[in-house]
Structures are given as structure tokens and as C-alpha cells.
Design a protein around this ligand. Structure first.
Ligand code: HEM
Length: 528
């Protein structure tokens, strides 16, 4: 029944509004527990053990899950105070993640119910939160069409031009400005893949808008966080009593407004005959067939932009950290680049095949310090049994990417940064390594764009510069430590880029001038 038809003869008292859901929560948790106990779920700490532990410790989730997996096995079941009896399975080994999320992807590719972010904020239009069904199929078709390995090559000319502009900026600006310039280049490519427009300048309002969007998503993609996730009946309360929706409503309206503005600029460039093949242009082509409103086209098309900037930037920060802490890896990479490219020209995508160490280094960055240590939660759409363990339909299934990348059989001394792990290793797991990007049918569709961007940035920076700590007498060994899993930035060490030779200056200046002309081929987004 639509919300606005529901009429209350008397508004429920505030006491009931609070007490009823609370009673419901307890009853639901108990009932779920009793029902599930009849079948052997994957093992895991008891509800009370978890609750008690949560009270005493603020250990990060990926570490906690990894520790429990050492006691209970690679597939653990957790039901905690956050999940309120909702069954949550955590996969901590590559085998379990591959067996379930990839080989049985037909039933492990949904997302958990998320009322606040998916239903309220994004009105069901946010692709990365889409549950199994027709909308998800359409979203993935759109993503694959615009970002599969072949389609991603069409973004290389822009990635190439942006990175040449960036190189010139990095040569000219002071170290405290590096972050702004690197982020602008990454915003530009991700935004182009979404709306067919580059970003030539990042205004503070734009950066602030993006920061809020990211924060909202990070804080609200934890399934089962809110009461209303478990009791959607609360959505039938009259709007003023729905205390949980204000911030989500507001965030949703701001994003919709902004992305509609982006879409209207896409329509202009499409009408001029450019930007074909980017996400919004394709979504517009399918608009009638998919019965998308303009708002749905606008928000669906935002996916590469909202998911693709800070993840890639975070990997870039890991690169800087790795080069500071492992200067031998930096020297090795530089000598390979010099041997394959020489000192007379910038490296380019043409050099990809002749730079195996760089390709391995990029894989190792994501392995050493994955930007999304728990990925995005999957959910099951049918009951399943795995190695004698029952996994009910509707379970949240989390791949603990952090634990998988710390597997000592596959990655001896996992805290060490060692690109060599990925060189001449015929094991298909290493050859096609993509754990950093998630699993199965929900694997990150932007992985090729991310890898291309990292390749061209990293290779060019190492060709041109030494990455050096700002601290006098910096001792890398003193700074090495077991890395904490994360959902965002790494703790960065202040660094500077020192030209490796004077001869790079005229080459970079010249390439910068050429890139200025090249980027005129793309229309820029105008932030109003
Ligand atoms: C190094 C950079 C990146 C990392 C580490 C990364 C990682 C991830 C992970 C772990 C997921 C969840 C996968 C799963 O559910 O199993 C994901 C989803 C996604 N990523 Fe990325 N990503 C990166 C860059 C990008 C880029 C550059 C784009 C687009 C230009 C992008 C677009 C997306 C989208 C649209 C989704 C949602 C897919 C879905 O729900 O079906 N990502 N990413």
C-alpha cells in the first residue's frame, strides 16, 4: 500500500513508536536464532560473545573477522548487536570466496536490504546497492558495456592527456598541492566515463559535495545498521514520525539535483555528436526500453563517478607509501622503465607489455593494502549448503578481502610489499589476480579503468621523479608496520617528488603543451 494512503485514526503515542519496534527486534532475533539453530550454520562466536566483545573492544571488523576465522574456519557466521539476528556470513579464504561468490554467483550476487541508503536516499536507483532482479541486470549490462576491457581502452586517450597535464603540474607545484592535482585528474576520467565530460577544475563546492556523498555511502552501506532495515513497517508511520529519514532524504535530493544537472550537460554534448559510449549516453539510449525516468538515468549513470575516484586515489596513496618504505622496489621499477622506454620520451600505454614489473607492482599495491577491505556486502537469493554448512536465503555475505590478502600460504610474509609475488607465477589466481576488486557478478566493473589510470600515472611519475620523504634522515625500516585494514585513505607520510634529471623538464613542459591542445577534444563539465 502506498504510504500516503495509510490513515491513522489516532497518532500512536511516542512510547509505542519506540517500544513496539524494540519488542519486535528482540522477538525477531530470538525467532531467527531458534529457527537457524535447527540447521548447521557456519560456525562462529555466539551472539553474546560477540556482543560482549563489541562492548570491550574497538578492534576493526576485518581484523576481528580474520581472528575469528583462525578459530572457527574460513567461513564464519556472525550475528551481532548490529545485525539484530540477521544472518551474516564472512568468507575469509580465497577458496570460499571463489566457490561461493564466483562459482555460485547466480545466488550470491544480490545486496542486503538497505532502506536508508537504497530506498530512501536513492529511491531505488543506486546501482551498487541494487538487489537481485531486473534492475540489477540492467545496471550491470550498462556497466559492462561502458567499462569492459575493450570499452575501457576508449578512455586511454583522456587518461593519457590528463596524466601529461598532471605531470607538468607536479613538476611546478609545491608538495602540499599534489593531492589536489592528482585528485582532479582522477575526477576527470571517472566523471568522463559517467557523463562524457571531463573536469578541468575542481571547485571547493564540488569537492565538498563529493566528500559528503562519499561519507554518506561509507556510513550507510553497512547492512542492518538501522531499525528500519529490519522493520520496514516503520515506513508506514506518518512522515513526520519517521525520525530516521531526514538526513537520507536531504542527501538524496542534493545528489539528484546535481546529477540531473550533469545529465543535462551530457544531453547537450550527445546532441552535438560526441560522448557516445559513456555511461549516461548509453543509459539515455536505453531510457525508453528500460522505462527510466531522467532522475533514474542521472543517478544510475553516476556509478562510475561515485565509485571510481577515491578508491583509485587511495591506491595511489598506497603507491606513494610503498615507494617510501620500499625504495628498492622503486629503483627496480625505475630501471625497468628506463630499459624499456629510455630517457628521451614519456612512457605510454604502448609500453604496457614490456613493463611486467610495473604490472606486478600495481597488483601488489592492491594486495598489500586493499582500499575496500571488506568490499561491498553481497546477499544470497536462495538457501544454499556449502561443505555441510547451511547458508539461508537473505544472508548477508561479506568477502573479507583483508583476510584473503593476508593468507600466508598464498602470500608468505603478507605485510611485506613484494611485487615479485606476481612475476612469472603461472598459477591462474596470480595471473588474473583481482581480489582487490571483489568477486563474481558484482566484481568492480571499473577495474580496467582503475588499472589503466594507475599504470599511466605510476609509470610516468617513476620515469620523471624520485619519491622522497620530506623528513630529514628518513628511515623506511622504522616506519614499516603491519598495515591496518581500511575503508579509505592510508595514513600518508609527507613526501616530495624530486626530478631524476634536468632532462625531464623540457620533455614534460612540451608534453604539457601538447596535452593542453589534446584535451580540447573533450567538453568540460561546468559546475554552477
Ligand atoms: C583501485 C580502484 C578500485 C577499487 C579497489 C575498487 C573496488 C571495488 C570493490 C571491492 C567493489 C565491490 C565488488 C563486490 O561487490 O564484490 C567495487 C564495486 C564497484 N566499483 Fe570499484 N574499485 C575501484 C575503482 C573503480 C573505478 C575506477 C570505477 C569506475 C570508473 C569503479 C566502479 C565501481 C562500481 C560501479 C561498483 C559497483 C558494482 C556493483 O554493485 O555491481 N570502481 N569496486
Amino acid at each position: 500500500m502506498p504510504q500516503h494512503v495509510l490513515v491513522f485514526s489516532e497518532p500512536p503515542s511516542a512510547l509505542w513508536v519506540v517500544a513496539l519496534p524494540l519488542l519486535g527486534v528482540c522477538a525477531k532475533a530470538l525467532l531467527t536464532r531458534i529457527l537457524l539453530l535447527r540447521k548447521p550454520l557456519p560456525p562462529g562466536p555466539s551472539f553474546f560473545a560477540r556482543w560482549w566483545h563489541d562492548l570491550k573492544s574497538n578492534e576493526l571488523l576485518p581484523v576481528k573477522f580474520m581472528r575469528w576465522s583462525e578459530v572457527y574456519g574460513g567461513v564464519i557466521s556472525v550475528m551481532d548487536s548490529v545485525h539484530l539476528g540477521q544472518n551474516t556470513i564472512v568468507l575469509c579464504t580465497p577458496k570460499a570466496a571463489t566457490d561461493l561468490l564466483e562459482k555460485r554467483g547466480n545466488i550470491y550476487s544480490s545486496r542486503p536490504k538497505n532502506v536508508i541508503a537504497s530506498d530512501i536516499c536513492y529511491r531505488g536507483f543506486k546501482g551498487s546497492l541494487q538487489q537481485a532482479g531486473t534492475k540489477l541486470k540492467r545496471f550491470r549490462t550498462l556497466m559492462n558495456a561502458t567499462m569492459n576491457a575493450d570499452a575501457s581502452r576508449s578512455y586511454r586517450p583522456l587518461e593519457d592527456a590528463e596524466s601529461r597535464l598532471l605531470l607538468r603540474e607536479l613538476l611546478e607545484v609545491s608538495p602540499n598541492k599534489y593531492v589536489d592535482h592528482v585528485q582532479r585528474a582522477l575526477h576527470s576520467v571517472a566523471f568522463y566515463s559517467a557523463y562524457g565530460l571531463r573536469i578541468d577544475h575542481l571547485y571547493p563546492e564540488h569537492t565538498e559535495f563529493y566528500r559528503k556523498l562519499e561519507k554518506f555511502f561509507r556510513e550507510n552501506n553497512l547492512p542492518g545498521k538501522y531499525l528500519v532495515d529490519h522493520f520496514p513497517i516503520l515506513l508506514y508511520l506518518p512522515s513526520p514520525l519517521q525520525w530516521f529519514r531526514k538526513a537520507a532524504d536531504e542527501q538524496g535530493k542534493n545528489e539528484e539535483l546535481f546529477f540531473l544537472q550533469c545529465l543535462s550537460q551530457t544531453k547537450m554534448v550527445v546532441s552535438k555528436g560526441s560522448s557516445f559510449g559513456t555511461t549516461a549516453a548509453r543509459a539515455l539510449e536505453k531510457q525508453k526500453l528500460y522505462d527510466y525516468s531522467d532522475a533514474e538515468v542521472a543517478i544510475t549513470s553516476s556509478a562510475p563517478y561515485t565509485a571510481g575516484v577515491m578508491t583509485t586515489y587511495s591506491n595511489f596513496e598506497v603507491f606513494i607509501l610503498a615507494m617510501l618504505l620500499y625504495p628498492r622496489a622503486m629503483k627496480q621499477a625505475q630501471s625497468d622503465i628506463d630499459a624499456a622506454v629510455g630517457r628521451e620520451r614519456l612512457p605510454s600505454f604502448e609500453d604496457l607489455d614490456s613493463l611486467p614489473y610495473i604490472r606486478a607492482l600495481i597488483k601488489e599495491l592492491g594486495r598489500w593494502h586493499p582500499p575496500a577491505s571488506l568490499g561491498l556486502p553481497h546477499a544470497t537469493s536462495e538457501d544454499d549448503v556449502y561443505e555441510g554448512m547451511f547458508i539461508p536465503a537473505g544472508s548477508t555475505v561479506i568477502a573479507n578481502i583483508y583476510a584473503i590478502t593476508r593468507n600466508t600460504e598464498l602470500f608468505p610474509e603478507p605485510e611485506e610489499f613484494r611485487p615479485e609475488r606476481f612475476i612469472n607465477n603461472p598459477d591462474p589466481f596470480f595471473k588474473n589476480y583481482s581480489v582487490t576488486f571483489g568477486f563474481g557478478r558484482r566484481i568492480c566493473p571499473g577495474q580496467h579503468i582503475a588499472n589503466d589510470q594507475l599504470f599511466v600515472l605510476i609509470t610516468r611519475i617513476l620515469w620523471a621523479f624520485d619519491i622522497v620523504a620530506q623528513e630529514d634522515g628518513f628511515d623506511p625500516l622504522r616506519h614499516r608496520y603491519p598495515l591496518r585494514p581500511r575503508f579509505g585513505m592510508v595514513p600518508s607520510l609527507p613526501y616530495k617528488l624530486v626530478p631524476r634529471a634536468e632532462s625531464i623538464r623540457p620533455i614534460i613542459t612540451e608534453e604539457g603543451l601538447l596535452a593542453e591542445k589534446d584535451v580540447q577534444a573533450w567538453e568540460s563539465f561546468s559546475f554552477k
